[in-house]
Design a protein around this ligand. Structure first.
Ligand SMILES: [Zn+2]
Ligand SMILES: [Zn+2]
Length: 686
């Protein structure tokens, strides 16, 4: 009798001792699984009481109606042990060909060396079945092990060849949201193809923290499953609930970020800014102290949202972890929240939520919460230049006055709706008044609006826009009998073509001709969405940060969140487009922001200046004002005049001295539109 035959006999006798078919994975683990001593914190016999949330996901493995398990989970939920238990159960009770896939070769090796092999070594029933990997034993290596009735191959998602050879019945995909596409295609698909021979009894098990929303495979997989969530009862009011991190924001995986959740969630709270005091606020308002968590977990249950159709889905975050406390999470969050890269990691691995690199996690309430009160008195002195974005509608003109400072930090000054048809002159007269308004900064610098970009692309009022831009292209306005200086006007038209720069080379339009600028709205929306994510503290400069006056209506912020980026196939290539969340959703505020960005870029290009030069100019101006004040022996903090006054008695002043200087420096060239170039907002272009 060969040694293999003996092993087979031995394993058969072990198998014979097992009540057939009725043993579940969680029962197997509690009866046989030993945690190796490497896990100093919890070695010894497996106990389901430590991780009660794993019982049902494990037991789903033996459910004949389940073909795929989609486990979308944070770190510290014992995902790895879950996979080791499944592998152990399969080897011992239900052997067949198993494929374990890790993100990289290093990780495949680590799983084998640090989790799987040590478990086999300390668990007698497994040690009897799996022979030890020895270099001379070609059958058993750290990447490949045989056992009676099957084998387990441990491979990396980076190696397409190993993903597409022998047939596999049980497929374990570990951290599959982190897999990178290979030349042969998506590693998950390649691995899944290997299970087709066993389609009647195969098990595909995906266990991962989610990553980016656009490329995540676990989020769509979970959403197409029966969507189970772990409900734990509040120890005070006993109401079962899904644990969430933030007040007022749903954490559940969603098809669409704008989707409404039907569950009410509680949140983690801490007092006096001290994360060590963190506790949980139940959805009914009860305060739950951290030491009550184990009791809640033990009494928890998975509830499915939908009927089971061959895919069982589980979603759980770190708030449930038996190994991490809420105060520890709060500390981690405070460390990571201000840097988008770190916040992304926290969002993925602690909250088990996908991260959208563009729309991120900012919602309308976050934006309205940070509105500032600067409009009341005067505009912030950090502002170096004022521009306006103008959206033309059938019965009104909507516009936004925006200030920009160093590093493209922006301040929304005022959002206005001027009612009246653009076919009639009245509404344009109103617009002229706005565009000739002068502002004062807190340090007393006077600023007028430098440039205004007007959308001509609606097809109805294109001629009216050209006419207005032709009359005010040089920033001279005639109101009544008097002439005033105001914003230079630029006619623009949006293009939702992927990859188009924010401002393209202008073309001549109409007679007499004016310049028409094409605006890459996608580029602008990407840039804006990214910058809306930037957190800042009032009064501390932060490049790219977006400030808004508290006079802004809530509708404006709804507009900012009215579109989402989608990836579509365009000319055979996957590209990104911005699309409305719903048909007919209002988006004028977003358009005005885009046009204000365009106005700034066109102005800077036209005069070949950059924000740094404007900053130098502002410095000089501040100095001059200080000196004047000292001369007049004035107290420096005089009450500031209202910020937005249209003063009809204002005389037209001479051409801006600064611009003359700039022109002299550049050899007398004037108003030369830059005819090429790719402009990226959010970065100074010097
Ligand atoms: Zn409660
Ligand atoms: Zn929810």
């Amino acid at each position: 009798m060969s040694s293999e035959q003996i092993t087979n006999l031995f394993s058969d006798s072990i198998r014979a001792a097992i009540p057939d078919g009725s043993l579940k994975v969680s029962e197997w683990a509690e009866r046989y699984r030993i945690l190796p001593p490497q896990r100093a914190d919890r070695s010894g016999p497996w106990s389901n009481a430590v991780t009660p949330h794993l019982r049902e996901p494990m037991d789903t493995v033996t459910n004949p109606d389940v073909e795929e398990i989609d486990f979308m989970a944070s770190a510290q939920i014992a995902k790895t042990e879950f996979l080791v238990n499944v592998a152990g159960y399969k080897i011992h009770i239900d052997p067949g060909p198993i494929l374990y896939v890790a993100e990289t070769e290093d990780k495949a090796q680590a799983w084998s060396k640090e989790c799987f092999t040590p478990t086999v070594r300390v668990t007698p029933e497994l040690r009897a079945l799996v022979s030890e990997g020895r270099s001379r034993d070609s059958e058993n290596t750290i990447f490949y092990k045989t056992f009676p009735g099957g084998h387990i191959a441990i491979v990396a998602a980076t190696s397409p060849a190993s993903l597409s050879s022998r047939p596999v019945r049980d497929l374990l995909l570990d951290e599959c949201d982190a897999y990178k596409p290979t030349a042969e295609g998506d590693p998950v698909e390649l691995a899944e193809k290997r299970t087709t021979t066993f389609f009647a009894n195969r098990k595909i098990i995906k266990v991962t923290s989610p990553r980016d929303r656009e490329t995540s495979t676990i989020e769509p997989a979970y959403l197409s499953s029966d969507r189970r969530k772990y409900f734990v009862p509040c120890p005070h009011c006993l109401e079962p609930q899904v644990l969430a991190w933030t007040e007022g924001r749903c954490c559940c995986p969603k098809q669409d970020p704008a989707e409404r959740c039907h569950l009410k969630h509680g949140f983690v709270k801490w007092d006096h800014g001290d994360p060590r005091t963190a506790y949980y606020i139940c959805k009914n308002g009860c305060e739950i102290l951290p030491h009550l968590k184990p009791r809640m977990l033990a009494a928890g249950e998975w509830r499915a949202e939908r009927e089971l159709r061959r895919r069982a889905g589980f979603w759980i975050n770190e708030l449930y972890s038996p190994f991490v406390t809420w105060p520890e999470m709060a500390e981690k969050f405070l460390e990571k929240k201000d840097d988008p890269e770190s916040l992304k990691v926290f969002t993925n691995t602690s909250l088990a939520e996908t991260w959208d690199p563009v729309t991120g996690q900012i919602n309308i309430k976050d934006l309205t919460d940070r509105q500032e009160s600067y409009q009341e008195e005067t505009i912030p002195d950090e502002i170096l230049i004022l521009v306006v974005g103008i959206d033309i509608q059938r019965d009104r003109i909507e516009l936004e006055i925006k200030g920009y400072g160093a590093g493209f930090e922006s301040w929304g000054i005022k959002y206005l709706v001027l009612w009246g048809s653009p076919a009639m002159p009245e509404v344009w007269d109103e617009l002229s008044k706005v565009l000739t308004t002068h502002f004062k900064t807190t340090a007393g610098r006077e600023l007028r609006i430098a440039g205004a970009a007007i959308d001509s692309g609606d097809g109805v009022h294109t001629k009216d826009v050209y006419k207005f831009c032709r009359a005010h292209g040089l920033g001279i306005y005639k109101i009544g009998e008097k002439k005033f200086r105001g914003a230079l006007t630029f006619a623009i038209k949006g293009a939702n073509t992927p990859g188009k720069p924010l401002v393209s080379k202008p073309t001549k339009q109409g007679r007499p001709p004016i310049w028409l600028y094409t605006i890459g709205t996608g580029a602008a929306k990407d840039s804006i969405a990214g910058r809306l994510e930037i957190k800042f503290k009032e009064g501390i400069p932060k490049p790219g940060a977006c400030h808004f006056s508290k006079t802004y209506p809530e509708a404006y912020f709804q507009h900012l969140r009215s579109e989402k980026p989608v990836t579509r196939i365009w000319h055979g290539k996957a590209v990104r487009f911005w699309e409305p969340l719903k048909e007919g959703i209002r988006n004028e505020g977003l358009d005005c922001f885009v046009y204000a960005e365009a106005a700034l870029q066109i102005y800077l290009q036209k005069f070949r200046v950059n924000l740094r030069q404007l900053q130098e100019k502002a410095e000089a101006e501040r100095k001059r004002i200080d000196e004047e004040r000292q001369k007049a022996n004035e107290p420096p903090a005089e009450p500031a005049p209202p910020a937005m006054v249209f003063d009809p008695t204002l005389e037209p002043d001479d051409e801006d001295e600064f611009m003359i200087k700039v022109r002299q420096k550049r050899g007398g060239r004037r108003f030369i539109p830059r005819t090429s170039g790719n402009f990226v907002t959010g970065r100074d272009d010097d």
